[in-house]
Structures are given as C-alpha cells and as structure tokens.
Design a protein around this ligand. Structure first.
Ligand SMILES: O=C1O[C@H]([C@@H](O)CO)C(O)=C1O
Length: 543
C-alpha cells in the first residue's frame, strides 16, 4: 500500500503554550500530521518549501532507509537542502512496525516546530506480545519563546558573549502546553486559546490502553508520569522489550516507547499527565495534560498538584531507570559475539577560535557543502577532509572529571569509513564541560541502523574490564541511547546498510555546535543517485 502526503512548509503565528510566536508548520500545523501506515507500506511525502527565506530537509527518525539512503533527509549528508519554493518528494518503505518521528534536519528548524509522528502498524493478524482496547499517541517536546535565529546567533557569539539556548519556557504534549501568561513580558499570551488547551485522553474504567510516547525535545531529558497509574513498558524504539513496570519513565530526545496503561484507578476524578525535566537543573514548570475518566467533565482539573517527577540530578537513579535494556524473550536477536572495530568517542565541550563547540576526540564536526553521499558516489575527494578522524582518545591520562585541559579542538568534515558488513562497537564517553563540576546528559541517535546497547556505567570506560560485563545474551536494539553524566555507554551495530549515516547528539544546539560524526559503508553498492538530491556544492552539475 502506498500512502501519499502533500505538505506545505510555512511559517505561521501559533500559540502552542498560549504564547503567540512564529513557528514552522506543515499545512498550518505544528506538530505536523501523524503519518499512519502498516509494515511494508510505502510512504510518499511531497514537501513544498514555502519558507520564504530558508532551506529545509526532513529526516524520518528511526526508519532505516534500506536501499534508499538518499531519502534519509539529512542535509549535508544524504541530500542538498530543499531550496525556498522548491518541492522534494520523499519516497521510502517502512520496513518495521513501531512508533517513529519525523523532523527537520536543517539548521535548528526542529526546534521551530517542524516535527511529528509516524505510526507503523503490524500487519493484520500479527500477534503483538500484548493486548489493549485502543491506543493514543503522546509526542513530548520542549518549547522556547525566542526564535531559532536568536538561538543560533547566540551560539555563534565568541568567548564570553556566547549565549546558550537556556532552559525551555514550557513543555508540550502533542504540541500543547501552558505558559503562565502573568509572566509574559511582551508578545500576546492568552490562556484561553483553543490551541493551548491541554492534551486530554479519555479512558473507560477497566479498559486497557497502548500509549505510543515519543520525545522530540531540542534539549530536555524528560520524565513522564501519569498520576496514580503505573506504566508497563513493552516497546522501546519500536523493538519489543522484556516488559517492566514503572511509576514514571525517563525518555530522551529521539526515543519512542510504547507503554500499557490500565484505567484501574478511582473513576470519580481526572488524573494528571506530567512531564518533568531531568538531567539538567529544571527551569521549566511541569508540562501537564489530563487523563479523563469517562463520565467526568473532560476539562476538570484533578484536586491534586501535578507530579514533579524524580530528582533531576540523581544520575544513579537514572542509570537504574534505564531498565529498557533487555529484549522481549520471544523477540531476541543476539548481537555478534565480537566486533571487528572499536571506536571510542570522548564527548567534550571546547572553544575553537573563540566559538563554543562540542567535539568527539577533540574533533568538532562541520558539514560539507557537497553532501557526503554525492561526493562519495562521484569520487569528489576534494570536497571534504579525507584524513580519518581519531578512533579513540588518551584514556590513560585524560581526566574526565575536570574541564578539558586543552580547550581548543579542531573542526573537520572528516568521516569514519566502515568496511561493509563489519561489526562496529562505539563507546560513548562523557566528561566534564568547560564549566567545573559539570557534566551533561547527551541523547545519541544513529541514522540508518539499530544498535545493540551492550552496557553502560559511571566514570571512565575501561577497555580491559568493562567489555567482560557486556550483555551479549538479550541486549535491547534501539537507535537512540542516553549517555549519562560522567558515564559511558557501549553500543554495537552491523555496517550492513549501504549509505552515509549521521550519528550525533540529538540535542538540537549540540549537533549545531558540532557534536556528531558520520559513518560511510557500501556506497559503491548503491545504484544511480536521484537527481532530486543534487543542486548544491559540486553537485550543481546534476548527476
Ligand atoms: O552547550 C552548552 O552550553 C551551556 C553551558 O555549558 C555554557 O553556557 C550548556 O549547558 C550546554 O549544553
């Protein structure tokens, strides 16, 4: 089955949290429309760029694009951007069931509202390992009142004029939140807007619901909770997990979870849906919605205060909370027992020529003007740095608990070339930022692949001892994983999807500041690239 969508990308004044500002919309909506499909279907999205002054590109987050790497929508990596006034048609197969996200992959446009959900159903009759009466989608986001232009300009200021994006003004559920209008200095803020009416999910006492929860936040690690109800986690990044029950769920940017909710509480009132910031000192009120028990007026607030979630800086708790580590006993795909290559990436914050950047092994990533996929396919070796980036860092002597002794780093367009079919381990190693006694959570996302999460720990990864504790029996498969403060995370994947794939921190400002790398594998196995991805850098000549 082929699903056709026609999207017009425009700037419109919107009030997601009751504060009116310019947002990027799809057919006038932010979040954009939810795409529904079944496993094996083809999705066709004709994207018209009606942003009058800027390019765009749309990434289908979690979709592996096997055989269609040029549809991954990662500007600078898999395609030239879609120019203002131009139309680009994305066409790809959704080869696995689950919950996915789409969002702009150009500049920091995701933060301006260009995002939405994709739901891929299992085929008719396929026995899911859980049952439910109906399902709801919950897209979690954070939201600022200034523009992404303001934000980008602040990030590019030199030395102590650097201005970080700061903590969000509000937290949204399906694009709706509630800023306290009495705090609105300027701009129009009107809490009675229909647009900022809180998300309300109606449940029938005794019934069972599947909640598809996705986070598209630009910065925040969130903790989601439904007051008075426990949640049974059954799926993570569209892979079935060994089910476990939580009171509240940590969800990192880019992740999706499916949880089972039973309407098993006292039906005489409504209950809060709550999302709270964890991992960074909160500066944002709890994001709320309502769980409405059928028969109670939909808008009636619970008699209680919304839950405020776990302590934001309890790393140990967050480590424990990452219970989504084991695959469902009936859906285990064990990893290869050994890897062909181990890449260790030290995450540091640096200052390069006065500009604050993030780096991996002291290399901060810049995107080339000719997308890698085009450059590699056409052997244009002069359009990006050919020297390979460092495979590791000075593990013995580097102190991860102090600011980088050498603030400086280098910027580069270099990429990691992987032997097709090889098994690759990546160890993400966190460290202190430029600020003393400060390490930050980084949610990493890999394009084009799922990876096994073999293990994680606090402190410095030890190549001699830590691999002995990897879970090689039933590790979970995901395409997003959190790197906790001052800790490490180990992942393994097969380089078996011909293409060029970004692997980066999913914090919008961090990727903008160079916190990512790019893998290449099997590009020589690809057929002719579509002309539609050309038109920039050295690809002006067309094919
Ligand atoms: O890139 C960042 O900058 C700030 C801080 O390090 C300097 O203001 C922050 O929290 C980041 O994640």
């Amino acid at each position: 089955k082929v699903h056709y969508h026609k999207w017009d990308i425009t700037y419109q004044y919107k009030s997601p949290d009751c504060f009116n500002k310019l947002a990027i919309t799809i057919n006038g909506q932010t979040p954009g429309p939810t795409i529904y499909a079944s496993q094996g279907d083809t999705i066709v999205v004709e994207v018209k760029n009606s942003l009058l002054t800027e390019n765009t590109a749309i990434h289908w987050h979690g979709i592996r694009q096997i055989g269609t790497p040029w549809m991954d929508g990662t500007e600078g990596v898999t395609q030239c951007p879609i120019l203002p006034g131009d139309t680009f048609t994305y066409r790809f197969v959704v080869d696995r069931p689950g919950t996915y996200i789409y969002h702009s992959h150009y500049g920091m446009q995701r933060s301006a509202g260009l995002n939405g959900m994709i739901v891929v159903k299992v085929p008719e009759g396929f026995p899911e390992p859980f049952t439910y009466d109906r399902e709801y989608n919950i897209l979690l986001n954070d939201w600022w009142h200034n523009s992404t232009n303001d934000q980008a300009a602040g990030l590019l200021m030199p030395e102590n004029q650097f201005k970080f994006v700061g903590e969000p003004q509000s937290l949204l559920m399906n694009g709706r939140g509630r800023f306290n209008c009495s705090l609105a200095a300027n701009g129009n803020c009107n809490a009675s807007y229909i647009e900022c009416a809180p998300l309300t999910l109606t449940v029938v006492p005794g019934k069972t619901y599947l909640l598809r929860i996705a986070s598209i936040t630009s910065l925040s690690a969130l903790n989601f909770e439904i007051e008075g109800h426990s949640l049974t986690v059954v799926e993570a990044d569209s892979h079935y997990v060994d089910p476990f029950v939580v009171k509240n769920l940590n969800i990192y940017s880019g992740e999706t979870y499916s949880v089972i909710l039973k309407a098993d509480q006292d039906p005489i009132r409504n209950y809060w849906l709550a999302s709270n910031v964890v991992g960074r000192k909160p500066g944002t009120p709890t994001g709320t919605g309502l769980l409405n028990y059928y028969g109670i007026p939909r808008g009636r607030h619970p008699p209680t205060a919304p839950p405020t979630g776990p302590l934001w800086n309890n790393t140990y708790y967050r480590m424990q909370q990452s219970w989504a580590t084991r695959a469902h006993p009936n859906f285990i795909e064990p990893p290869p027992v050994k890897s062909d290559r181990v890449i260790i990436l030290l995450n540091t914050q640096n200052r390069i020529d006065g500009i604050t950047r993030w780096s991996l092994n002291n290399v901060s990533h810049d995107l080339p003007h000719t997308p890698y996929l085009i450059a590699l396919k056409n052997n244009l070796h002069h359009v990006f740095e050919q020297k390979p980036p460092p495979e590791t860092y000075d593990i013995k002597n580097y102190d991860i608990n102090v600011p980088p002794p050498n603030r400086n780093a280098t910027r580069s367009t270099s990429i990691y070339k992987l032997e097709f079919g090889s098994v690759v381990d990546v160890i993400l190693q966190n460290a202190n930022t430029l600020t003393a006694n400060n390490s930050e959570t980084h949610p990493w996302h890999l394009h084009g692949h799922d990876f096994w999460v073999l293990g994680s720990g606090l402190g410095k990864f030890d190549p001699e001892t830590d691999p002995k504790n990897y879970n090689l029996k039933d590790p979970i498969l995901k395409n997003n994983v959190a790197l906790q403060t001052s800790g490490w995370t180990a992942i393994r994947f097969k380089a078996n999807n011909p293409g060029v794939w970004a692997f980066h921190c999913h914090i919008e400002s961090h990727f903008f500041m160079g916190m990512g790398i790019v893998f290449e594998e099997g590009v020589d196995r690809l057929g002719k690239l579509p002309n539609s991805i050309m038109g920039c850098g050295k690809s002006k000549l067309g094919n």
